[in-house]
Design a protein around this ligand. Sequence first.
Ligand code: HEC
Length: 278
Amino acid sequence: MKKTLLSIFALSILAIGIQITLTSNASGRAFFASSGNTGAPGESTTCRSCHGSAFSTTVSIVIKDSLRNPITSYIPGTVYNAEFTVNATGAIRYGFQLVSLNSSNSAVNGFSTPNVNTRLVTLGNGRQYAEHAGKSTTNSFGTQWTAPATGTGTVTFYGGGAAVDNNGFIGGDGGNIASFNLPENTSVGFVESTLRNELLVYPNPTRNVIKLKNTSSDVKNAVAELYTISGQLVLTKNVSLKQNNAERLNVSNLENGYYILKISNEGQTVEEKIMIQN
Ligand code: HEC
């Protein structure tokens, strides 16, 4: 009987222990404390305010397109991947937070489908945070991010990270913040874009075909090459353009994303960034 009571007692202590570890700051600051600590305007503390800098910690924010290439501007409505990395030598566990705001510091949000070690929490002030879902053994976190509507303008991502020693306290850890500005790409529209003055490549973005046309003269023996953003050649075609007759490049079998179209003729090369949305 005594033994049973003792073990019930021990079990409840264990349960309380588990409870504490499950719901603590280690579970995520938005989740546990309804707090943003990324250094974004309107927040009062960062990871470093509490976790200090015993580990010299750096953090980075990268937004990637569907081909896993980092982007420097967003196309409205496009789905990207937001990646957050915390680096510190000797750390055992990692945590982070990421938020996206517009230039008037209003929430942009748009995170969805987080990685397993990442959780999404929206606070009462309307800001959606991506953050660690419990202490993470890996130092990289990620979630999808859908770019906002046309006219939103530059989006700034604010992120905070902590590299920790896994002792359940803030001592011996390290924190840091970073921000990343992502302007809206207003140059890619459903319009014809001019290569040199006379060569037209359209439409852009495109579906299934890229059309080439020369409006002022015949172009003989040109070569069209299509490269992925990482430089892999995916299509080559010899083209001879009769004035005002469109030549078609079939791209229906290619993955969606950005490509670079290079057209070479008589020692000249022109390049155009094309978005394929099949
Ligand atoms: C206001 C102070 C405070 C801020 C700000 C703060 N934390 Fe913490 N954090 C704590 C405390 C206290 C603990 C230890 C007890 C606990 O887990 O609740 C902790 C624990 C942790 C742990 C586990 C530490 C270990 O060694 O076991 C991680 C990971 C963590 N926090 C991540 C973060 C991240 C990431 C941020 C920034 C987005 C952050 N914290 C911001 C107070 C803070």
